[in-house]
Design a binder for this molecule. Structure first.
Ligand SMILES: Nc1ncnc2c1ncn2[C@@H]1O[C@H](COP(=O)(O)OP(=O)(O)OP(=O)(O)O)[C@@H](O)[C@H]1O
Length: 235
């Protein structure tokens, strides 16, 4: 479904990603783990089209999207719930979700997608008229994921969905990620919470200073001694 080939990304002269290659198959949950500054967010923003690679190529569903504009990628089926959520604080839950379906003409299907979001996150339905900015961190994360689902993506990009959340919300968010995937949406997940991200992933990659250093199934990486020592808090 998605393939990055020899991708490099620069911020001016600073190289954030070096010669990165990986793929995501349809139906998978793929996790990208790594420390602060490893390049996880840069990778996500490059896939969603907010950054352009300085080298390499990205294909999605058989199409070269390396230089495609971000809003066209959304129409093609790539949607991102960004790091830090990025919801519209002065808009209600309903308006935030509406923004996620902006421009879609298939309004009957949009109504079905809204039902899907409310089934996944009943809390959003209860709070439909509440302003986004007054919701708790966990609720805002639900709203960010819900809004991303409102474009009916084939590939959902989740950038650190567990960041800053209380433990009960973290468990809930990861459970919902699996549920979204079971419903047929392919997921690329970026996380510092390596334990959960690997446990939920079909395949995973470890990113260190802009390069992939380990790859395997989620289970393999959970059992890998080097990954355990560096990311899972056990020797
Ligand atoms: N706008 C920017 N300008 C210059 N350098 C940047 C910019 N954004 C990120 N970087 C640098 O690029 C590298 C990768 O950053 P990135 O945010 O992708 O890492 P990350 O793995 O997502 O980290 P975090 O978990 O802290 O968000 C870092 O060295 C960072 O300092």
């Amino acid at each position: 479904m998605l393939e990055l080939k020899n991708v490099s990304v620069h911020y001016g002269r600073i190289q954030a990603i070096s010669d990165m290659s990986f793929s995501v198959d349809e139906g998978e949950i793929v996790s990208l783990i790594g420390a602060n500054g490893a390049g996880k967010t840069t990778t996500m923003r490059t896939i969603s089209g907010l950054l352009t690679p300085s080298a390499g190529s990205i294909t999605f569903a058989g199409q070269d999207i390396t230089r495609m504009k971000a809003h066209i990628r959304v129409v093609q089926g790539i949607s991102q719930a960004p790091e830090g959520r990025g919801i519209f604080p002065g808009m209600t839950v309903e308006e935030n979700l509406d923004m996620g379906s902006y421009g879609r003409k298939d309004r009957t299907k949009v109504a079905d997608d809204l039902e899907r979001v409310f089934d996944l996150f009943p809390r959003l339905k209860e709070r439909i008229k509440q302003f986004g900015g007054t919701m708790s961190g966990g609720e805002q994360q639900m709203l960010a994921i819900g809004r991303a689902l409102m474009s009916n993506p084939k590939l959902l990009l989740l950038d650190e969905p567990s960041m800053g959340l209380a433990p009960q919300f973290i468990r809930q968010i990861f459970k919902i990620v699996t549920e979204i995937n079971n419903q047929g949406t392919t997921v690329l997940l970026v996380e510092q919470n390596a334990n959960q991200a690997l446990a939920r992933a079909h395949r995973a990659f470890v990113l260190e200073t802009g390069s992939i250093t380990h790859r395997g199934t989620g289970k393999e990486l959970l059992a890998n001694p080097a990954v355990k020592e560096a990311y899972l808090g056990v020797g």
